[in-house]
Design a protein around this ligand. Structure first.
Ligand SMILES: [Zn+2]
Length: 178
């Protein structure tokens, strides 16, 4: 969401990590905040309206307003959430490798590991592996532009592998001013 709401620790174990749940909330939400901050005001207002509309429609239908790697939501929610997935995963991956890996080596290791048979973060809360490699080709585990794991795999793993993770992230962030 556009505001970074830090809730009470007892209300969301993702804040500091507890009971086997990883502390994914802050790296996830910071990415949303950055992306929204880069938008022109009118785009940001439209995005907020669409996101609130989605949450409201879920609640009105008696469905939880949650999202997950493998869930179909809407193409808009999935696009926004693919960055959240990337941010929390890259944050944890970096933390496990600092100071040994930095810069381009760190970025390459990230998508190679994510596509490997046994990713380092395969058990990070809320994740199902988005894609694997077979004979040099990326094989997505999910498809559909309304599935956040499918977009995460396409942008931050497949495109990153072809053109570099820095370019993938840069293009994603630059998309907000179009
Ligand atoms: Zn999110």
């Amino acid at each position: 969401m556009s505001e970074l709401l830090i809730k009470d620790k007892s209300s969301d174990p993702r804040l500091f990590g507890a009971n086997g749940v990883d502390a994914t909330l802050i790296p996830h939400e910071l990415a949303h905040a950055l992306y929204f901050a880069l938008m022109p005001l009118t785009t940001r207002a439209s995005v907020e309206t669409q996101y609130m509309g989605w949450i409201t429609s879920r609640v009105a239908s008696g469905l939880p307003p949650f999202h997950n790697t493998n869930l179909a939501t809407t193409s808009f929610v999935a696009w926004i959430e693919s960055l959240g997935i990337f941010s929390e995963r890259f944050f944890f991956f970096s933390r496990k490798h600092i100071p040994q890996l930095t810069g381009v080596v760190l970025r390459q290791e990230f998508f190679r590991d994510e596509l490997s048979a046994a990713p380092l973060l395969q058990n990070l809360t809320g994740y199902s592996q988005a894609a694997t490699l077979n004979a040099g080709n990326v094989v997505p585990a999910f498809t559909g532009d309304n599935v956040e794991g499918a977009l995460y795999g396409a942008i931050f793993l497949d495109f990153a592998r072809r053109r570099g993770l820095g370019e993938a992230v840069g293009r994603y962030l630059n998309s907000s001013d179009k």
